[in-house]
Design a protein around this ligand. Structure first.
Ligand code: GLC
Length: 511
């Protein structure tokens, strides 16, 4: 791989939600040792970087996105020594390690917030956003929080003011206009950088700069959560400073921001002039239906927004906040296979969500087993590792029910099966590593190709064409060359015949 490309441009990320990955202690909750246990699987799969969702001390009101100590591991997951081992072992296997960093808010049990709420005169009062009630006694403005769509303000009896929380009341927003907050949060970044992490996935990082006047949302968007509306110049100033901090470390440390603005042009601005975030998640494609016209639009708008800035795209179909894409697209394994080819061949850095490589679907979670106030339990179902119960976990009774078909949708059942979806992911990831057109190559989208989505990836030396039949009808395609891969295990002839089977995706070398 050409070395003038930073690792995060050619890498494939692999998201681990530690709570659901693998439990080694028998409490039904995944842990860091469980990740260590499956590093071989991850290496063998062929991804390049782990992204670990929060494992910090937390009362778990939002399953770790409510952090009570940014610089320690919650005992549920292990300890700092185990984390250090994990980083060392991952690095030993050539894997980068990115961790989640949650800058917009803390837990209400964080010592900073406890101090802040204790009195109006506490030195930490100004670390959070406190305001008097509106004249009618209600919240200071009409902002809505993102998880239950209630008001983004909670009244605190003790000091008679409201505090702001763009998520749950247990997640008070920090006030980043306060330089002491900036310094304290930069300290938390340094803590992990000094321990050797390669970067951060920055949680709702576009939220850290806020309009100091905290004005009401305009009537036409009142009722939408503030998170998807907060687009502020203050954020860009913070991002530039965070970027300089990362750049002051050796070794290409990076930040991928969760910029939850549902307009790719607005997301693009958070790359700055190559001086803000290295990468941004872009969610409109995740919300797009499985439809060739829709995907042509997404690919076009992504390129239009990012290319002029020389900003590098990311692609993600599943994560811990949304139903898994196989489930969203209706459950058909053929679509999940074609989606793997799409995700791993578009120009940009893809992120997989652990388990998608063996076709995991969302669990059906009965009402009495639901945990998440925002209804995201299904995609957080435990990951099965073996065919027989307890599927490689230390208990058969994990914190959420198993996903469908755990006896089939696991690496043990699929590893040695050439036609399995896991084998397809491995082949596709190997192809990416072998063919630089698929990583650093340019991209050319074919237009007017009907039910098939077709694009080329090319360098000066090679052109690779990817064609994906996004429909359930056989489709004619006008492409030629050597077949490198098909998502359809039935295509044994290893040659093209001008037709794609329903939901078949192929990767073709032009020769
Ligand atoms: C992000 C996380 C989500 C969390 C929220 C608040 O969107 O991905 O899981 O609930 O931020 O931290």
């Amino acid at each position: 791989m050409a070395s003038d490309h930073p690792w995060w441009r050619t890498a494939v990320g692999y998201q681990i939600y530690p709570r659901s990955f693998c439990d080694t202690t028998g409490n039904g909750i995944g842990d860091l040792d469980g990740i260590l246990r499956h590093l071989d699987h991850i290496v063998d799969l062929g991804v390049d970087a782990l992204w670990l969702s929060p494992f910090f001390r937390s009362p778990m009101a939002d399953y770790g996105y409510d952090v009570a100590d940014f610089c320690d591991v919650d005992p549920l997951f292990g300890d700092l020594a185990t984390f250090d081992t994990l980083v060392r072992e991952a690095h030993g296997h050539g894997l980068r390690v990115i961790i989640d960093w949650v800058p917009n808010h803390t837990s209400d049990e964080h010592p900073w917030f406890r101090a802040s709420r204790s009195s109006k005169d506490d030195p930490k009062r100004g670390w959070y956003v406190w305001r008097d009630a509106a004249p009618d006694g209600g919240p200071p403005n009409n902002w809505i929080e993102s998880l239950t769509f209630g008001p983004a303000w909670t009244f605190d009896e003790r000091t008679g003011q409201y505090y702001l929380h763009c998520f749950l009341p247990q997640q008070p927003d920090l006030d980043w206009s306060n330089p002491e907050v900036v310094e304290a949060m930069e300290h938390t970044l340094r803590f992990w950088l000094d321990r050797g992490v390669d970067g951060f996935r920055m949680d709702v990082v576009h939220l850290i700069g806020k309009d100091p006047a905290l004005p009401d949302e305009p009537p036409e968007v009142a009722g939408l959560p503030h998170t998807i509306l907060n687009d502020r110049p203050e954020t860009h100033a913070h991002l530039r400073r965070l970027r300089s901090l990362l750049d002051s470390y050796e070794g290409d440390r990076m930040a991928v921001g969760e910029v939850y603005l549902l307009d790719t042009d607005l997301v693009a601005a958070h790359y700055g002039d190559n001086d803000e975030l290295h990468l941004c998640f872009n969610f409109p494609p995740l919300y797009a239906p499985w439809d060739a016209d829709e995907w042509r639009k997404q690919i076009t708008s992504t390129a239009a927004a990012l290319d002029p800035r020389n900003a590098w795209p990311t692609w993600v179909l599943s994560n811990h906040d949304n139903p898994r894409h196989r489930t969203r697209y209706g459950g058909d394994e053929r679509i999940a296979r074609a989606a793997a080819v799409l995700l791993l061949s578009l120009r940009g850095t893809p992120f997989l969500f652990a388990g998608e490589e063996f076709g995991l679907q969302d669990a059906d979670v009965p009402e009495d087993r639901r945990h998440d106030p925002a209804g995201r339990d299904g995609c957080r179902a435990p990951v099965p590792w073996t065919a027989k119960s307890p599927h490689g976990w230390a208990t058969g009774d994990p914190w959420l029910p198993w996903p469908p078909e755990p006896d089939r949708a696991n690496p043990e059942a699929q590893r040695d099966e050439p036609s399995s979806i896991l084998s397809l992911y491995r082949r596709m990831l190997r192809l990416r590593r072998d063919r630089s057109a698929l990583t650093i190559g340019n991209q050319h989208l074919h237009l007017n190709t009907g039910r098939a989505l077709i694009f080329d990836r090319f360098t000066n030396d090679e052109t690779i064409t990817v064609a994906i039949n996004m429909s359930d009808l056989e489709t004619e395609v006008d492409i030629a060359g050597t077949l490198l891969l098909s998502s359809d295990p039935a295509r044994m002839r290893h040659r093209l015949d001008g037709r794609l089977a329903p939901y078949e995706a192929v990767v073709v070398s032009a020769d």
